[in-house]
Design a protein around this ligand. Structure first.
Ligand code: MBD
Ligand code: FE
Length: 306
C-alpha cells in the first residue's frame, strides 16, 4: 500500500544543533522556513522540499513517519483500506499539508503510538539541491528517503500492522547474536523499515540515509571521528550489502550513513541470515549500535509515557 518512506520527523530540545550537524556531518541542506516564525529545522537530501525534520520540543522523540502513495486515487484507497481494518484516520488540514510540503495529508497511529502520515504529492523543487558539504548526493527517488529501524515491544503485533495492514513485505531476518531483526520493503529499497523485539519498550535504533558514493561515507567517517560522534566503524551488512557507519546525532538516536546497497525484486522471497556483517561495523568509543528515543509501552496497544 505504501510506495516509499518520503520523510521523517523528530522533536528535540536540541533541534537547532541540526542546522550545523545536518550539513557538516551528513551533507544535508538546511531548507528555508516554510512560513514566518516556523521553528522546524527541515533538511534536504535531494530536490524534494525536505526529507528530515526536527522540531523544537521538550523531549527527543520520533514524531512521525511520512509514507507516500501514488496519487489522489491511491490516497483515498489507502484511507478506505485502513478504515476497513478498524484504524481511525484523520484527514489533515491544508495548513498542515503545506507544512509537510505535500498535496494532501492524512494521519493515523501504529499499535505503539508512533504517528504515521500518509500523503500524495511530495513537493519537488527541481534543480535546487545543494549539499551542505562536499558529498556527491543521495539515493532517493522511487526508493524514498532511506530506512528506519524500530525497537518494538511485540513483533507479532507490529507485523500484523505493518505487514498485514500496511502491506510491507519481509526481505529477510537477520540473527545477530541473541538479537533477531526483521527487514521489510515497500519498493526496491532492500528495507524501508526494520524491527526488532525489545520487551516493554518502543525505541528508534537509527535512520539510514544512502549516499551516492563510497567517498561520501569515508569522508563522513573522518568527520565523525574528528567530532567524536562515531558509534560504529565502517562495515558491510550481510543482507543488503550496505557499506556504512553509524553516528550519534544531537537528538538521542543514531544515523546510519551508507552506500552501495543491493535492491530487492518484487518476486524475492525472504531469506534468513545468521550474522549482520560481512566485515567491519565495530563499536567505537564504547558506543556501538544503540536503541534511542526509548519509551515504555504495553505489548501491543496503548503507549504509556515513561
Ligand atoms: C542494516 O541496515 C542494519 O542497520 C543492521 C543492524 C543489520 C543489517 C542491515
Ligand atoms: Fe540500518
Amino acid at each position: 500500500m505504501m510506495d516509499s518512506l518520503a520523510y521523517i520527523g523528530f522533536t528535540s530540545p536540541r533541534a537547532a544543533e541540526w542546522r550545523e550537524f545536518g550539513p557538516q556531518v551528513l551533507g544535508l541542506q538546511v531548507s528555508p522556513p516554510e512560513a514566518e516564525g516556523d521553528d522546524v529545522v527541515r533538511l534536504r537530501m535531494d530536490d524534494a522540499a525536505y526529507r528530515v525534520s526536527v522540531q523544537e520540543g521538550p523531549v527527543d522523540a520520533l514524531d512521525h513517519l511520512g509514507w507516500s502513495v501514488g496519487g489522489p486515487l491511491e490516497f483515498e484507497a489507502a484511507i478506505a483500506k485502513l478504515e476497513a481494518a478498524g484504524i481511525s484516520v484523520v484527514r489533515e488540514s491544508d495548513e498542515l499539508a503545506a507544512k509537510r510540503c505535500v498535496a494532501a495529508l492524512a494521519s493515523f497511529s501504529d499499535p505503539f503510538g508512533w504517528r504515521q502520515e500518509l500523503h500524495w504529492g511530495l513537493a519537488m523543487r527541481e534543480g535546487t539541491f545543494q549539499p551542505g558539504r562536499l558529498v556527491s548526493g543521495f539515493v532517493t527517488g522511487e526508493q524514498g528517503a532511506g530506512h528506519v529501524v524500530l525497537g518494538v515491544p511485540n513483533l507479532k503485533a507490529a507485523e500484523a500492522f505493518y505487514v498485514g495492514i500496511l502491506g510491507f513485505r519481509l526481505s529477510d531476518e537477520v540473527r545477530h547474536g541473541s538479537a533477531v531483526v526483521r527487514f521489510y520493503h515497500c519498493n526496491s529499497r532492500h528495507h524501508s523499515l526494520a524491527m526488532l523485539e525489545v520487551p516493554g519498550v518502543a525505541g528508534v535504533a537509527h535512520l539510514m540515509l544512502e549516499a551516492a558514493s563510497l567517498d561520501d561515507v569515508g569522508t563522513a567517517e573522518d568527520i565523525a571521528r574528528e567530532r567524536d560522534v562515531l558509534a560504529v566503524s565502517l562495515g558491510r551488512h550481510t543482507n543488503d550489502h550496505m557499506v556504512s557507519i553509524y553516528v550519534e546525532t544531537p537528538s538521542g538516536f543514531q544515523v546510519e550513513f551508507g552506500w552501495g546497497a543491493i535492491q530487492v525484486q518484487p518476486s524475492s522471497k525472504a531469506n534468513m541470515i545468521d550474522r549482520g556483517d560481512i566485515w567491519g561495523h565495530h563499536p567505537v568509543g564504547g558506543r556501538g549500535l544503540g536503541l534511542g528515543l526509548v519509551r515504555s509501552v504495553g505489548a501491543g496497544a496503548e503507549a504509556v509515557q515513561a
